[in-house]
Design a protein around this ligand. Structure first.
Ligand code: HEM
Ligand code: HEM
Length: 195
């Protein structure tokens, strides 16, 4: 299997980063919905679920950074045959997914008022306690963490988390299945098979 992408298929590294991102996104959703639906406030389970959400989200910051770098230095495979409009839609879809992958973990981290116990191994300071917050937000804009947190949280939870991310991811996965089962082209295989 090729390490780098070829004109026909994604390489090992792009595939690995793509599927790790997908699993971590799923993990972020499962942990936060589990917290809401199956745990009581202020119980150890509630705290564990939150900390798993924060830890998985922070892992995504690392994975997505690597993914963006790899995408810049390694060109994507050629598209399967399709109209110009379909190619344009695929491009817009992929770039919007990249935007979601960057915006979700960042708004999650900067808008959270508790520190992260990273998979219960070590602590990561909350944004409010960092020099960046002090210099950029507190001194720069002259606002408190509470004033800053409110709109950021709204974006993280209500706009992107509840709606946009779901619509995009489900649309993206459906498009991949449509290509595989209806168009019967190599779109899904480019991201799955060990070619
Ligand atoms: C791709 C990564 C992430 C996804 C998909 C995601 C998704 C979500 C969603 C959907 C909610 C709202 C749940 C609800 O109100 O029903 C939420 C809440 C929250 N997220 Fe994230 N998040 C991610 C990363 C992060 C990160 C990196 C942090 C912080 C380090 C974080 C901190 C929080 C906090 C504190 C809440 C409120 C907790 C709660 O309502 O139970 N998130 N997240
Ligand atoms: C079951 C879930 C998923 C399936 C079946 C799937 C399938 C695929 C396939 C087949 C491609 C190649 C498309 C092409 O060459 O035109 C692809 C690319 C891509 N996927 Fe997914 N995907 C899934 C989940 C996700 C998730 C959760 C994200 C991010 C939140 C994501 C982000 C992307 C991006 C950004 C690309 C473009 C890669 C590039 O060219 O740089 N995917 N996916």
């Amino acid at each position: 299997m090729n390490i780098k992408n070829t004109t026909d298929s994604y390489g090992l590294i792009a595939k690995f980063l793509h599927w790790v991102t997908a699993v971590l996104f799923l993990g972020s959703y499962i942990s936060v919905y589990y917290r809401h639906w199956f745990t009581e406030d202020k119980t150890p389970e509630n705290w564990t679920a939150l900390q798993l959400h924060l830890s998985i989200g922070i892992s995504l910051i690392v994975v997505v950074s690597l993914r963006v770098i790899w995408r810049i230095i390694n060109q994507a495979p050629d598209h399967e045959p399709g109209t110009r409009l379909e190619h344009l839609a695929a491009h817009i879809g992929h770039y919007t997914l990249y935007a979601i992958m960057i915006i979700m973990p960042i708004t999650g981290y900067v808008g959270t008022g508790v520190g992260t116990e990273y998979f219960f191994m070590f602590d990561i300071s909350k944004f409010e306690d960092t020099k960046i917050f002090l210099t950029l937000v507190s001194n720069g804009f002259g606002i408190t963490f509470q004033e800053f947190e409110e709109p950021v949280d709204f974006i993280h939870k209500n706009i992107f988390g509840a709606w946009l991310a779901w619509i995009l991811i489900l649309g993206h996965a459906s498009a991949a299945l449509y290509h595989h089962f209806v168009r019967k082209d190599r779109t899904l295989q480019k991201m799955t098979t060990s070619q």
